[in-house]
Each structure stands twice: as C-alpha cells, then as structure tokens.
Design a protein around this ligand. Structure first.
Ligand code: 5GP
Ligand code: ZN
Length: 136
C-alpha cells in the first residue's frame, strides 16, 4: 500500500536490518525498542490490523513469534519474552499495518508490560461473558 511505512520496509523499498524473511513476513528491529533485540514481525501483504489478516498468516505469525522469542532467549540470554499485537488506536496501535512485537525480557531489568488491575462486582463477569458470547 502506498505511503505505508511497514509496507515499504517489508518490501525492501526502505532498507532495514532483518533477522528473518520468507514469502509472507519480514522481521526487523523496532526503531525505539523496549529492550535491545525487540523485534517486529511484518506481514508482507498489507492488513490494517490483526482482524484483517488472512487466517493462515495469523497462525504462521504466532508460530514465528514463538521461534523468534526462543532465539532471543538462546541468542541474547533473555529469560522470557512478550508477544504483543496492539489493535486499534485505543489499544496503542500507532502504525496501521498489522505487526507483532516480540520483546526479550531479562530478570534483572524488571521492566514489564503492566496494567492497573481491576476487579468485578458479583455477577458482573457473567454479564460481560454474555455480551462477548453474543458478539462471537
Ligand atoms: P504499535 O504501537 O503500532 O504497536 O507499534 C509500532 C512500533 O513501530 C513502535 O514500537 C515504533 O517504535 C515502531 N516503529 C515506528 N516507525 C518505525 C520505523 O520506521 N521503523 C521501525 N523499524 N520501527 C518503527
Ligand atoms: Zn502496509
């Protein structure tokens, strides 16, 4: 897609350092990493977000993320990794070309993805469940 920065990176129109590439994906470093080694999996075919991805690409992307995370553990000495897909501006998506973050994590650094933990009133989770089930 014209004017899409991740289409340009995935196609090679903009040069980048890549750790993996095949017919479906290019994997590059995030320009502003949460940790050094933070990777972005870019599907080559443009989709604005994960809801628009072909099912086979979605499945392959998670398998690839797991392999990359294991390579971060083996190659970088990471103790774990986060796999993140922000979807929609409200969820923090800033580049509207679907991508999966794979972030290496280290015990001694203590930086984590976090959120303020809430709670449910009695019966509230069941009401939320009905709304979600009704929309599936
Ligand atoms: P989002 O918030 O949309 O899930 O993540 C977008 C990510 O893309 C951010 O972490 C940001 O640092 C990264 N990013 C934005 N522009 C570029 C770019 O031109 N090149 C690379 N490699 N990463 C980018
Ligand atoms: Zn794109």
């Amino acid at each position: 897609m014209d004017n899409c920065i991740f289409c340009m990176i995935a196609s090679g129109a903009i040069p980048s350092t890549s750790v993996f590439e095949d017919d479906d994906f290019k994997v590059v470093f995030d320009i502003s990493p949460a940790e050094k080694g933070h990777l972005l999996i870019l599907p080559k075919k443009h989709a604005a977000n994960v809801t628009e991805l072909d099912a086979d690409i979605s499945a392959k992307m998670l398998i690839l993320a797991s392999k990359l995370g294991q390579a971060q553990m083996k190659g970088l000495g990471a103790d774990g990794f986060n796999i993140v897909v922000n979807t929609g501006e409200a969820a923090g998506q800033t580049v509207m070309h679907c991508h999966m973050h794979v972030i290496p994590r280290f015990k001694d650094k203590g930086s984590l993805i976090s959120w303020k933990q809430g709670s449910y009133e009695d019966g509230e989770a069941a009401a939320y469940a009905e709304k979600i089930k009704g929309a599936l």
